[in-house]
Ligand binder design. Sequence first.
Ligand code: PLP
Length: 380
Amino acid sequence: MSEKKLIYLDHAATTPVAPAAAEAMLEVLTGAYGNPSAQYPLGREARDRVEGGRAVLASALGCRPEQVTFTSCGTESDNWAIRAALWQNRRVGRHIVTTAIEHSAVLQCCKALEREGCSVTYVKPDGKGRITAAKVLEAVREDTALVSMMLVNNETGVRLPVEEVAAGLRDRPALLHTDAVQGFLKVPFTVKSLGADYVALSGHKIGGPKGIGALYVGGRAKTPQPLLYGGGQENGLRPGTEPTAQIAGFAKAVELRRERLDEHLAHMAEIKAYAVETLSEIPGLVLVGEGEAPHILSVSLPGYPSQNIVTDLGEQGICISAGSACHKGKASHVLTAMGLDKRTAAGTIRLSFSPDTTREDIDAAAAALLEHKTRRFPML
Ligand code: PLP
């Protein structure tokens, strides 16, 4: 029996590890496995991998290596940046401005901080998921310690005007953090072009492994207070023996994506345009958000619950997501904030692409969606 090809259209959730990145990891796991703090050659070899990885990330971000600290994931980077900014600006106040469409890594951290006595303003998007810099800056007060604003929304692909907010904050004490987990190597930027003081990244969205992230700290941000206390690794800022294989895999994935970045971005944009064209032929299908990031497309079949669509397509070997879009049957906070009606929100699915996604993958997803719609009665 021939194995059916898996059609993976969920690259915003996670990506397969690029073979060369997996090879780099294996080499470290089985060869350069020393503890980077050890003083003998095996340890120094491991240290070289860590510092080499840091240099790769710094080059991709356009910053100095010492401004990049490895963390365990994007979530940790976000949490750390937010708490670090609050600590640095503790004499300014305990007010945070963020957006209602942030990832839970930011939103839940803000909720926890509210329980600890901070006040938070959640800036709402318009119906297309957009947030203007003016709206964010209007929410900034005298006592605002931090503005936290994502670069690319993970559900709609909308790119937020981080640069404009950075410019507007230049003469204000509030620091700026951006969650660039979905933007890194998907929309071109350097830390200088963004102007943010903290930039959070994650390895597993770009062909690297899970369990590795990074935080850029620069601009007006001072050396941050650590989130964890322990050994002196990562300049004492992020203790714990360095995950050398994860770092090697992350760095290799960054190198691979950067080598052919323009070609990759053009390919994903072309695939997205093709998907819009193809899926729009399905009667009743609507585009949600219409974000500009080339790898994320959000659409809805109003009246057809996204969990059913995802399960149905999944059984046919087609992986898409309602994941963020639908948590335990509740419409996502992003779609709710956008003011989408219930039927549209509940029918929203996300397709997300990689540089290897083909038109055939899109054709298969479109055919399965049309079939789903023909076969199933709407439930809402
Ligand atoms: N921020 C955004 C926008 C994301 O999409 C994700 C992952 O889905 C994260 C943060 C969390 O990253 P990680 O899975 O590395 O913790």
